[in-house]
Design a protein around this ligand. Structure first.
Ligand code: C2E
Ligand code: CA
Ligand code: CA
Length: 640
């Protein structure tokens, strides 16, 4: 029989094309990908050895017996391994779990048996042998090789069908296609053994896998050409189950800022450099570009010493600049090592750690435990905020504002309180930002506003000498188109004039959202509301914009006062006093009323009186208190 090698030759070209395609697409370091590469190499070896072996078998007279034996063996060894390699590939795709180790060992046994049979074949000649004319002939156990390969395929089909939920339909179809297409030529070849078809069909199957499963376009970050967060998610799903992994996270701060400063192209070049450097440093692990200047490497079975080594290398590298020429920049870096699954229990926590922005000025280590604690606290606070919104259990406290000239309490700041039955007092500094992020601030703002209006009306505050109530307004509220309508409804419900409410806007908000705020403030001002600028001096003020906005009162932040005269130590810096004094003078010259908050001591009060402050607010007068306590306090102080 003359073996026809045309199909094998075609298969060689196809395999070379696939390998070339993967190489130009930058072979990516992931296990499944390496197994796929292994299958290609096996396939290629089988093709070459099948061609040479068949040539030897066709014309044995031209080749030595050793060479004939050698190539036939190489073919059988490499081709036999394909079925097992496919199973390994399947295991990686569906996420192999530790508990299945025994199953895997059992699966390897048939392969071991056939390998032993092949190794001992020269003695027993049960698989193949050469007759006196050195013609290649199958031995009685040769069908065993096909049977085992067939059983492996059947098991593969079972695995794909059973785990099809864990892999996408496209993937499971590609795998079933691969297995079906490798079975067709087996049948053909039983009838037409001279046509060496199997490898050709296997290569077609591998190509199918290449363009579906191994097509990495959707898992690659186009900027750096590295695996993206989608790919990371798939790998992490598996790593969380198998354990024994460490995720290294490397972050640079404030990518947006650098993009603006040196331009996208230059920054992308730097990100590519960082990514390439990471690929070299973690060469035996998979590396990922998670976006926003955050990178990760997923390391299996890495020792603590190796992690230390990578930490040191990272810190050393980031001590030196990235990029070239005038765009050569030094970045602080944050390095984190997260043990999976010991350090994190959920994927959500894990991605929070990966995504949490690094806003450091100097290179540092990520405190995984602290970050998770912070995150979980945030999740809890969010839950408590939602609950309090539903049950309307927010309370509003009032802190008196002292009018120095008139020597009486003339207003109060309404401050929201969240006191949970189970978790107790949650400070507004903690829950307000959470509520701003999830939108509940709109409801909270409405509750506080309504409470303040009701209190002003029902508590007969006007008669007690209280001229208005200060209500904090979040910038998120200013973005709501409904704001004016909501306020209008409440005002008419309690028949209150808008001038009885002074809306406080924090200085940081005016720095970031000038246009938007300007519109909202203008509209509300025309409606009759007055405005106070809160937290003045905390570092954001753009005085040019500020004085275009119609603020009546400027509330100087307590940090400015405390630097000039600290409430507990009783000391302060001379420059801070000069700063406070001149700030007050300047603002007064601009016709603003000045309020200083955080007044805790008599000394502070005296200093502020000397500097000509109009209003004061602080623990020296009263902490924020419930409305009945506030009323009693005002009755005494204002001697009504
Ligand atoms: P803020 O608007 O600057 O409110 C003043 C904060 O300083 C209050 O903290 C008050 O208790 C505290 N304070 C007043 N006098 C003193 C003092 O003499 N010493 C010290 N150490 N602290 C003093 P609180 O109530 O914890 O509120 C914190 C922040 O939460 C507020 O800062 C405000 O930005 C926000 N907030 C509170 N309630 C609301 C609300 O209803 N809506 C909005 N949007 N924000 C609110
Ligand atoms: Ca305030
Ligand atoms: Ca304030």
């Amino acid at each position: 029989m003359v073996y026809r090698i045309e199909f094998d030759i075609a298969a060689v070209f196809l395999t070379l094309f696939i390998i070339y395609y993967i190489v130009i697409k930058k072979g990516l370091r992931r296990h499944a990908n390496r197994v796929y590469m292994g299958m290609l190499v096996l396939n290629f070896t089988a093709e070459i050895s099948d061609i040479v072996g068949s040539l030897c078998n066709n014309s044995p007279e031209y080749y030595s017996p050793l060479i004939q034996y050698f190539w036939n063996y190489i073919y059988l060894f490499s081709h036999n391994m394909m079925a097992l390699a496919l199973l390994v590939y399947l295991f990686y795709l569906i996420g192999y779990e530790r508990s299945r180790r025994t199953a895997i060992i059992i699966l390897v046994i048939p392969y071991v048996i056939e390998t032993l049979l092949l190794l001992t074949n020269p003695i027993h000649k049960l698989i193949f042998y050469f007759d006196d004319d050195r013609r290649y002939l199958h031995g009685p156990l040769f069908p065993l090789l096909y049977t085992i390969a067939f059983l492996y395929m059947v098991f593969g089909v079972y695995l794909v069908i059973r785990h099809r939920k864990g892999i996408t339909p496209a993937k499971s179809n590609a795998l079933l296609f691969f297995m079906a297409i490798t079975c067709i030529p087996i049948v053909v070849q039983i009838m037409l053994p001279q046509y060496l078809l199997t490898l050709f069909f296997e290569t077609i199957g591998l190509m199918g896998i290449l363009f579906t499963i191994e097509n990495k376009d959707d898992v690659i970050n186009p900027t750096t050409g590295t695996l993206n967060r989608y790919a990371l998610q798939t790998s992490l799903d598996r790593a969380m189950i198998t354990g024994n992994h460490t995720l290294l996270v490397i972050k640079i701060p404030n990518l947006n800022y650098y993009n603006k400063m040196i331009g996208f192209e230059n920054m992308n070049d730097i990100l590519r450099r960082i990514s390439n450097w990471l690929l070299v440093m973690c060469e035996s692990y998979s590396c990922y570009d998670c976006g926003r200047g955050h990178f990760a490497a997923l390391c299996e079975g890495i020792s603590d010493e190796a992690v230390d080594d990578m930490r040191n290398k990272t810190m050393d590298r980031f001590d030196r600049p990235w990029g070239k020429g005038k765009f050569s920049l030094v970045f602080p870096v944050q390095f984190g090592a997260i043990k999976l699954p010991d350090d994190v229990k959920t994927m959500e926590n894990l991605f929070m750690l990966i995504d949490a922005p690094f806003d450091g000025k100097i290179s540092s280590e990520m405190d995984v435990e602290k970050a998770i604690g912070r995150y979980e606290r945030n999740v809890l606070v969010e839950r408590l905020v939602d609950k309090a919104v539903k049950t309307r259990s927010f309370q509003v406290y009032y802190q008196p504002i002292w009018n120095y000239e008139e020597g009486k309490v003339m207003s109060a700041e309404a401050l929201c309180r969240l006191i949970d039955d189970e978790f107790g007092y949650i400070p507004p500094d903690e829950f307000i930002p959470v509520a701003e992020r999830n939108g509940s601030i709109l409801e909270i703002g409405r509750i506080v506003f309504e409470e303040a209006c009701r209190f002003y009306q029902e508590g007969r505050l006007r008669q007690l000498g209280i001229e208005y109530i200060e209500v904090n307004l979040s910038v998120v509220q200013c973005m709501s188109r409904e704001l004016e309508k909501v306020f209008d409804n409440v005002l008419s419900k309690y028949s209150i004039d808008a001038s009885r409410i002074n809306l406080e806007i924090t200085e940081s908000a005016t720095a970031e959202n000038q246009e938007l705020l300007f519109d909202t403030i203008e509209t509300l001002k025309q409606r009759g509301f007055n405005f106070s600028l809160d937290d003045y001096g905390t570092g954001y003020s753009n005085i040019a914009y500020m004085y275009e906005m119609p603020f009546s009162i400027i509330k100087i932040d307590k940090s400015i006062l405390w630097k000039a005269l600290h409430p507990t130590s009783g000391t302060g810096s001379k420059n801070a006093v000069i700063y406070l004094e001149n700030t007050i003078r300047m603002l007064k010259a601009m016709d603003y009323k000045i309020l200083v908050e955080g007044v805790e001591t008599m000394e502070q009060k005296l200093l502020l009186e000397e500097l000509g402050v109009d209003y004061m607010q602080g623990f020296y007068f009263s902490k924020p208190v419930r409305k009945d306590v506030f009323t009693d306090y005002v009755k005494v102080v204002n001697a009504c």
